[in-house]
Design a protein around this ligand. Structure first.
Ligand SMILES: Cc1cc2nc3c(=O)[nH]c(=O)nc-3n(C[C@H](O)[C@H](O)[C@H](O)COP(=O)(O)OP(=O)(O)OC[C@H]3O[C@@H](n4cnc5c(N)ncnc54)[C@H](O)[C@@H]3O)c2cc1C
Length: 215
């Protein structure tokens, strides 16, 4: 360890954690902030959400909370854009797989070692070529996706103790909205209390044994 005492430690350098770190440094430029987590892997050796080339993104959602989070994040995409000269076109589907996945290891193996449903991939490719005429991709591939749903279907962003906050549970669409979620979490932890214009109750963590909680 480097012997530095940090003012804020963010555990998890994924989409929300890295956005929280970005905003925490903007809100408190003089604070000592560290972001803890594995580097981006070259292949799917880590069981996490964000190791992916592209993102499906939209600002409309049946839940207005997600719309607000996404709209604000999308408006800041230019701030975090990295120009690679490559363009990715990503398509997803919502079919559920699960009947033959019984344990966490089953899910990990499926996620890391397979490339998803080949017939679905072919259908999606056909749909894409029907809609986007003339596109000539350099390469195509399919991959698996695992998402975490909270019982409220909203992200959990809450203080668990006076000095420990959490922001977890992307419910399958956390990537597109992660910049605003990270900002919300950074403001909350730095203030030590809720500090956002959206209502805190939308994001309140539900613990195991609380009504309707499946945690
Ligand atoms: C394949 C896939 C595709 C997706 N596509 C989309 C999409 O197109 N659009 C969209 O909006 N959403 C998409 N999602 C959902 C989105 O990626 C997640 O909602 C989002 O990444 C959640 O952000 P997060 O920071 O909570 O988690 P993550 O991005 O998974 O980050 C968590 C991080 O914590 C790290 N970590 C875990 N344990 C520890 C530990 N003990 N110590 C330190 N670090 C730790 C992990 O390595 C990881 O880096 C997709 C998810 C998957 C799996």
């Amino acid at each position: 360890m480097d012997g530095i005492v940090y003012d804020l430690c963010i555990v998890g350098a994924g989409l929300i954690g890295s956005a929280a770190a970005r905003h925490a440094t903007i809100i408190s430029p003089n604070a000592k902030i560290c972001l803890i987590g594995p580097n981006e892997p070259k292949e799917r050796s880590i069981f996490a959400s964000h190791y992916d080339e592209g993102r499906i993104t939209r600002i409309l959602d049946t839940d207005p909370t997600w719309s607000v989070l996404s709209r604000r994040s999308v408006s800041r995409y230019r701030d975090i854009e990295q120009k690679t000269g490559k363009f990715y076109l990503k398509i997803g589907h919502s079919s559920q797989k699960g009947n033959d996945l019984h344990t966490e290891n089953d899910v990990k193996d499926w996620f890391k070692k397979t490339e998803g449903c080949k017939s679905m991939f072919q259908q999606l490719m056909k749909a894409m070529f029907d809609i986007v005429k003339g596109v000539q991709p350099v390469s195509t591939h399919s991959n698996t996706c695992v998402t975490t749903l909270t019982p409220t279907l909203n992200i959990y962003c809450d203080m668990v103790t006076p000095t420990l906050g959490l922001a977890v549970g992307g419910c399958g669409h956390g990537a597109k909205a992660s910049d605003e979620i990270g900002k919300m979490a950074a403001r909350m932890v730095i203030a030590g209390k809720w500090d956002h214009d959206l209502p805190a109750d939308r994001f309140r963590v539900r613990f195991k044994n609380e009504f309707n909680s499946k945690l």
